[in-house]
Ligand binder design. Structure first.
Ligand code: PMP
Length: 438
C-alpha cells in the first residue's frame, strides 16, 4: 500500500527544497520504507538485498541497537560536561579493541568531524600544516577535508591540489607497472611517498601528517600491498610527521581477521578515525589516539562537541560492540568474505571482463576491464551491470578513478544464502549485459 508521496513527487520536492548538490542513486530512484537485516523494502513491497550500505553494520534496524537507543533516549540524553557512565565505559570498550598505545578517545557525530579533529591534533602536535594523502582519497565534507581529498578537489567543482597537500600514487597492485616484481610492490609504491617528502624538503617544508584509509575505498577497493604502511609510516615518522588511519569505511571488524584494517598491515597509527558503522546508523563517530598526542593537543583550547559522545550515542555504540562480540560477527565476515571471493573468482574464470577480484572479509571489489591485457577500464559496462544488479533486487555500487570497480560492503550478518544470492545475481546481470552487446 502506497503511503506518503510518490517517487516522482519526492524527486520534484527535493528539487524545490533541497540543495541540488545532493545526488540520487540510480537513474530510476528507489523509495525505501523499511529495513530489516540485510534487506531494504521499497514502497511497492519489493525487497532488495543491501550489499552496499556499510553503515548498517549489524543489519538494518538491529533490535539490540534499536532497544539500546530507545531505552536511553527515554531516560536521559544530555551533553558530555556532566558525568555519565556510558561515555567512559564506551571509551574503555572501544580502546580495548585497539593496539595498546591507542588509549585516548574522543567522540563526534560524523566521520568528517572525527577527521577534522584529527587534523587539528596533527597540526597542534607537529606544528605543521603539510599533509600527504593518497590519490583519489576522500576524507570528508568540510572545507579543510575537501582540501585533503583528491577525489573532491580534482573533480568537477574542485579547485585543484592546495599547496600544503601532497599526493602519493594509489598503491594499486593490479595497475602497478608490469616490470615491478610483486614482492617489491610495497617498496615501489612507498617511493612515491618518499618523493613527496623530498618535494616538500625542496620547498623548505616537512610532513605533519600522513593520512590514508587502511583500504582505499573511493579509489576502488584497493588492498595495500603487504608492508606498504610499514614502509610509509617509517618514512613519515623519520621526517617528523604523524600517521593517521581513516577507518570510517573499513573499521569495526569488517575485514574479519582483525577489528581494524590497519592491523592487516602490521602497523599502529598515531590516530585512528571511525564513523559509519559505529552506531549502526545512529550519527556518531570517534577518534582514538595516543596519550602523548592527547597531551600535546591539550593546549588550553577545549574540544567540546555538543552531541558527540552523548548517552544515547554511547548506548548505540556499546550495543554494536556487544553484538559483534556476542554473535561472532568478525568470524562470520571472514568466512562469508572468503566464500564470496571464491564465488567471484569462479565468475572471473568465466567472464573476461573481470580483470581483478579483491576483498577481505566483507569489503570487496570486482574490477571490470575491456581487455585483460591493456586493462582498459570498462566504465560503461560497470554502470550497466550495476543497473542490472539493481533490476534483479540487489544493491551494490561502482567506484574508483574510472568508476569501473563494482563495490560491495554488505552487513556483518551476511549469510551464505545472501552470498549465493549476490553471486547469482552478479552472474545473471553480467550475462545479460554481455548478451545485449555494446
Ligand atoms: N572518510 C571516509 C573514508 C569516508 O568514506 C567518509 C564518508 N563517505 C568520511 C570520511 C566522512 O564521513 P561522514 O560522511 O560521516 O562525515
Amino acid at each position: 500500500r502506497q503511503s506518503g508521496r510518490s517517487r516522482p513527487q519526492i524527486v520534484a520536492a527535493r528539487k524545490a527544497s533541497l540543495l541540488p548538490n545532493l545526488s540520487i542513486s540510480y537513474s530510476e530512484p528507489i523509495k525505501f520504507v523499511r529495513g530489516e537485516g540485510a534487506w531494504l523494502i521499497d514502497d511497492r513491497g519489493r525487497a532488495y538485498l543491501d550489499c552496499f550500505n556499510n553503515v548498517c553494520h549489524l543489519g538494518h534496524a538491529h533490535p539490540d541497537v534499536v532497544e539500546a537507543i530507545a531505552r536511553q533516549a527515554a531516560k536521559l540524553n544530555t551533553n558530555t560536561r556532566y558525568l555519565h557512565d556510558a561515555i567512559v565505559t564506551y571509551a574503555e570498550r572501544l580502546t580495548a579493541t585497539l593496539p595498546a598505545g591507542l588509549s585516548v578517545a574522543s567522540f563526534a557525530c560524523s566521520g568528517s568531524e572525527a577527521n577534522s579533529l584529527m587534523l587539528r591534533m596533527a597540526r597542534t602536535h607537529t606544528g605543521r600544516g603539510e599533509a600527504i594523502v593518497l590519490d583519489w582519497a576522500y576524507h570528508g565534507t568540510t572545507q579543510e577535508l575537501i582540501e585533503l581529498s583528491p577525489y573532491k578537489y580534482k573533480r568537477k567543482g574542485g579547485k585543484g591540489r592546495p599547496a600544503h597537500v601532497f599526493e602519493a600514487t594509489i598503491p594499486d597492485s593490479y595497475r602497478a607497472p608490469a616490470e615491478w616484481p610483486v614482492d617489491e610492490h610495497a617498496k615501489r609504491f612507498a617511493e612515491s611517498v618518499a618523493e613527496q617528502i623530498a618535494d616538500m624538503a625542496r620547498q623548505g617544508r616537512a610532513p605533519g601528517l600522513f593520512l590514508a584509509e587502511s583500504i582505499p575505498s573511493v579509489a576502488g577497493q584497493v588492498f595495500l600491498p603487504d608492508g606498504y604502511l610499514g614502509e610509509v609510516y617509517a618514512m613519515v615518522r623519520a621526517a617528523g610527521g604523524i600517521c593517521a588511519a581513516d577507518e570510517v569505511q573499513v573499521g569495526f571488524g569488517r575485514v574479519g581477521s582483525h577489528w581494524w584494517a590497519f592491523e592487516t598491515q602490521g602497523v599502529t597509527p598515531d590516530i585512528v578515525t571511525m564513523g559509519k558503522p559505529i552506531g549502526n546508523g545512529h550519527p556518531m563517530a570517534a577518534l582514538v589516539t595516543t596519550s602523548e598526542i592527547a597531551a600535546s593537543f591539550d593546549n588550553g583550547m577545549e574540544y567540546f562537541n555538543t552531541f558527540g559522545g552523548n548517552p544515547v550515542s554511547c548506548a548505540a555504540g556499546l550495543a554494536v560492540l556487544d553484538v559483534i562480540e556476542r554473535d561472532g560477527l568478525r568470524r562470520n565476515a571472514l568466512e562469508i568474505g572468503d566464500y564470496l571471493m571464491a564465488r567471484f573468482k569462479a565468475l572471473q574464470d568465466r567472464y573476461d571482463i573481470i580483470g581483478d577480484v579483491r576483498g577481505q572479509g566483507l569489503f570487496l571489489g570486482i574490477e571490470l576491464v575491456e581487455d585483460r591485457k591493456s586493462k582498459a577500464p570498462a566504465t560503461r559496462l560497470a554502470r550497466r551491470i550495476n543497473d542490472g544488479v539493481r533490476a534483479r533486487g540487489v544493491l551494490i555500487g561502482t567506484e574508483g578513478p574510472y568508476d569501473n570497480v563494482l563495490k560491495m560492503r554488505p552487513p556483518m550478518i551476511f549469510s551464505r544464502a545472501n552470498a549465493d544470492h549476490l553471486a547469482g545475481v552478479l552472474d545473471e546481470a553480467m550475462a545479460a549485459v554481455l548478451a545485449e552487446g555494446a
